[in-house]
Design a protein around this ligand. Sequence first.
Ligand SMILES: NC(=O)c1ccc[n+]([C@@H]2O[C@H](COP(=O)([O-])OP(=O)(O)OC[C@H]3O[C@@H](n4cnc5c(N)ncnc54)[C@H](OP(=O)(O)O)[C@@H]3O)[C@@H](O)[C@H]2O)c1
Length: 289
Amino acid sequence: MNAVLILGCGDVGRRVARACQAAGAPVTGLVRSPQSAVQLRDLGIEALEADLDRPLPPLPSAGTELYYFAPPPTSGDRDPRMAAVLAALERDGLPRRIVYISTSAVYGDCGGAWIDEDAPLRPDTRRGLRRLDAERQLKAWSERTGIPVVILRVPGIYGPGRLPLERLRKGLPLLREDQCPYTNRIHADDLAAICLAAMVRGVSGTAYNVSDGHPSNMVDYFNRIADRAGLPRPPTLDREEAEQQLTPGMLGYMQESKRLRNERMLNELGISLQYPDLEAGLDSCFIDS
Ligand SMILES: NC(=O)c1ccc[n+]([C@@H]2O[C@H](COP(=O)([O-])OP(=O)(O)OC[C@H]3O[C@@H](n4cnc5c(N)ncnc54)[C@H](OP(=O)(O)O)[C@@H]3O)[C@@H](O)[C@H]2O)c1
């Protein structure tokens, strides 16, 4: 088995790590905080504590299957973390292959249209611009070094332990459903399986839309979770009120509407989704309740 290195070994990283460990591969996970390092060690994952915003220690990257799951910084239009990692890989040893989690924000607003991976990349937010910068750096590096890279454009991730229950308990408002954009989702366990498949079957230099193929909107998503959790449905606001009351982050999500086609992911990566829609996915989240 090839050794596995996961840069940004958080929730999705730990799911991928568990599958790699079960297949007998040694796994190292890079995290920033001591608490996350302890969490990895408790799971039998070799933990490397490092901050991608500071000079990097030697990375055990040579010959590895490398999953890059760390986000870009929270400001600016670029991803300097990606630049630092790519330089460190040339210094410390090239991996066999890289799978990178990007976001569907690289497409920007598409007016609710169904889009595949050939849609123009026109981010409307700085978050989207940083991701596009990371994708471009990675592809240019791959062309120069010959190391295969696969890009996954991921929408909202949900699953056990990552539902917006706190927001529902606080009764925070959302934009009215008839004014809400389309949003797309993927269950965290399906995402982990897609990452593993991308490592084996992803075509180098290719981006894959990741989605369960059933877009809806934020109000529908929150209402269904509230109903399952026995919490009140959130209040809703019209756009003018929302602009005054919603956080800039939430407003950013409300300004982009698109429906992701997922055929390339299903066909080229050979994916059969465990949770093909929200109903199936929520069953897994409320299994004990
Ligand atoms: N949430 C969504 O719906 C969504 C949608 C699309 C894409 N994504 C992206 O998908 C990826 C995986 O998601 P996830 O849920 O697994 O994220 P997560 O649980 O937040 O894990 C992110 C990991 O990156 C590490 N990290 C962050 N900044 C770092 C830095 N400066 N230096 C070193 N390590 C750093 C964190 O370490 P610590 O734990 O020590 O902080 C953590 O291990 C992320 O890039 C996320 O942005 C998320």
